[in-house]
Ligand binder design. Structure first.
Ligand code: ZN
Length: 147
């Protein structure tokens, strides 16, 4: 299978069957983001424990396939991780879309890297970059913001 085709299938799978949708149990951080260009909306919920580990991570949202897939992939990749890792991977991801760099973090599995890379196709469509980055920006604000 061609890589481009594989990436499309990953995005469609996450958009049709989003992981971690709804409010996660006992969330203590949350943040919303909105993409007026496309009409996408996302609300990130996060349960951060005393040791700065993400115990719960989920989202609610509506919008295009890319925005939903991106939020779903985010929750799937970062649930159970600590804050340092989460900030690193988020910056890595935003950098990938902005500067067309590659995701490179040792503690991700090959599968996880392929899944995240599936969103790299939007690099070619500047209008759609916000669809893919919105949830990740919301995650960063949720971390900073307490309920
Ligand atoms: Zn969109």
């Amino acid at each position: 299978m061609e890589l481009k085709q594989l990436y499309q299938e990953i995005i469609l799978d996450h958009a049709k069957n989003p992981r971690n949708k709804g409010k996660c149990k006992d969330y203590n951080h949350d943040a919303k983001a909105h993409n007026p260009l496309c009409g996408d909306k996302v609300h990130i919920y996060l349960n951060l424990d005393k040791d700065k580990n993400i115990k719960g991570l989920s989202f609610e949202g509506e919008g295009c396939a890319i925005s939903l897939a991106s939020a779903s992939i985010l929750t799937d990749t970062l649930k159970g991780r600590d804050i340092t890792f989460t900030k690193n991977i988020t910056n890595n991801f935003l950098n990938m879309l902005k500067n067309k760099s590659k995701i490179s973090l040792n503690s991700l599995s090959e599968d996880q890297i392929t899944t995240i890379n599936s969103l790299s196709g939007v690099q070619e469509f500047p209008m759609r970059i916000k669809c893919a980055t919105m949830a990740w920006h919301a995650l960063l604000s949720a971390i900073e913001k307490k309920n």
